[in-house]
Design a protein around this ligand. Structure first.
Ligand code: 6PG
Length: 231
């Protein structure tokens, strides 16, 4: 079941997301952060939070150095992680994009298994949604969408800019999560929202296949992004 939470604006989405991350971290949860620009505001709100009990991961990243402007890790570090003093800082597991997408994916999958066991289930996975209805780095028509064995895989060719290889959680890992929280703001995303989460969903949209069972799927939207959903 898709739980749609429509909030008045992007500020409200950021505040609700920050609250959710804080409460999952407080009980020692494993949280996968999303890249892109939408979650940045929520991350910045967490600079005053105590996240030390939690562990932060990344649901995808670009295969670049952690200092690159294209790095999702760098975005999260600059928005949040670098601002947290040691006593309030969570454990952080980043994707080692500088090793190349294949090696980074192999190493991240091994780390996920080492930390969360052979059938890993994240407590909270954050995702964004692209205008082409991709999520994480699962782009329409690319082989990573079909992956059913791997938990983390390399994406040699991105479907959108930046045109660099990616490393991404696969559908089996996303759908094993206790909760997936998809953040979407802005009218430009309204058609993608309706394809991914409208009834019936458009199965050519990778995000239409994110359906954690028995976990929760919460789609947090502002009014503009929800504009094309029948409600
Ligand atoms: C990435 C992402 C990607 C992102 C969406 C939405 O690495 O690019 O993780 O899936 O979440 O493209 O991006 P925006 O929030 O920037 O619109």
């Amino acid at each position: 079941m898709v739980e749609l939470e429509v909030l008045p604006d992007a500020a409200a989405v950021a505040a609700a997301t920050a609250e959710r991350i804080t409460s999952v971290a407080a009980v020692g949860g494993h949280i996968a952060l999303a890249g892109g620009s939408t979650p940045e505001r929520a991350y910045a709100l967490l600079r005053a939070a105590d996240l030390h009990a939690g562990a932060m991961w990344f649901s995808d990243d670009r295969a670049v150095a952690p200092t690159s402007p294209d790095s999702n890790y760098r975005m999260a570090a600059e928005a949040l992680l670098d601002h947290l003093p040691a006593p309030r800082r969570p454990r952080v597991h980043r994707i080692e994009g500088e090793l190349g997408a294949e090696t980074a994916a192999d190493r991240y999958e091994a780390l996920v298994r080492a930390e969360l066991g052979e059938r890993p289930s994240f407590d909270l996975v954050l995702l964004g949604l692209g205008p082409d209805a991709h999520t994480a780095s699962l782009f329409p028509g690319k082989p990573a969408v079909q992956e059913r064995e791997r938990l983390v895989t390399a994406v040699p060719e991105a479907g959108l800019a930046p045109w660099v290889p990616r490393v991404t959680f696969t559908l089996p890992l996303l759908n094993a999560a206790r909760e997936v929280l998809v953040l979407v703001t802005g009218a430009g995303k309204a058609p993608a929202v309706s394809r991914a989460f409208g009834e019936p969903p458009d199965l050519s949209a990778p995000s239409a296949h994110v359906r954690p069972e028995p976990g929760r799927l919460v789609v947090m939207l502002d009014e503009a992004a929800a504009g094309e959903l029948a409600r």
